[in-house]
Ligand binder design. Structure first.
Ligand SMILES: [Fe+2]
Length: 188
């Protein structure tokens, strides 16, 4: 499954939604991470892009989330590693490969970075620093649904310290900020 086909499939299901923006953000972070870790950049990127494609039908009942998506991807001819990582990101399969771990760690990180960007006066990633994201991580009431431990797992699971990992993800998301609703207010 190439990127064009994956994009069309995901967009046909999710439209221009917040979930679609989240999928694009996850793709960007996965590409940056794969490059850093010497992994297959396209495989990682497309896995990030497709990982939530079933949320059009699972949003209100997450019990089958990722299992339904994995079946859609299998039917579309996606590679087995990609399908496994999608299943594993919502505990429908054990997390085993570096790709599985990468997706699992990146997934909450994109949501957290989005929340941290939107609370800034700029409403953008363009002036979002690693230290400001770190500070937000310590505020328990900020984006309370996001599991901080899952983000911090970058260190044991991916071998990247938190600052490096956050910097990579912020940079990747900033690179597509207009496409994911983080272009913010016009620069003075
Ligand atoms: Fe996700």
């Amino acid at each position: 499954m190439d990127r064009t086909a994956a994009y069309a499939l995901v967009h046909s299901r999710l439209g221009d939604s917040h979930t679609f923006a989240h999928c694009l953000a996850t793709e960007a972070c996965m590409r940056a991470l794969a490059g850093r870790l010497g992994q297959d950049v396209d495989l990682w990127g497309v896995t990030g892009l497709v990982h939530d494609l079933d949320l059009d039908v699972c949003q209100d009942d997450l019990s089958q989330h990722a299992e339904i998506g994995a079946r859609v991807l299998e039917a579309a001819g996606a590679p087995a590693e990609m399908v496994h990582a999608v299943r594993a990101h919502n505990d429908k399969a054990p997390r085993e490969s570096l790709l599985d771990h990468g997706l699992w760690v990146v997934d909450p990180t994109t949501g957290f970075i989005t929340a941290a960007a939107l609370i800034r006066p700029s409403r953008s990633t363009r002036d979002l620093s690693v230290s400001s994201v770190r500070k937000r991580m310590k505020e328990q009431r900020f984006a309370a649904a996001v599991n901080r431990d899952q983000i911090r797992a970058c260190e044991p699971l991916l071998g990247l310290d938190l600052d490096t990992f956050l910097g990579l993800c912020i940079g990747a998301m900033d690179g597509i900020r207009d496409a994911i609703g983080l272009g913010g207010t016009p620069q003075a």
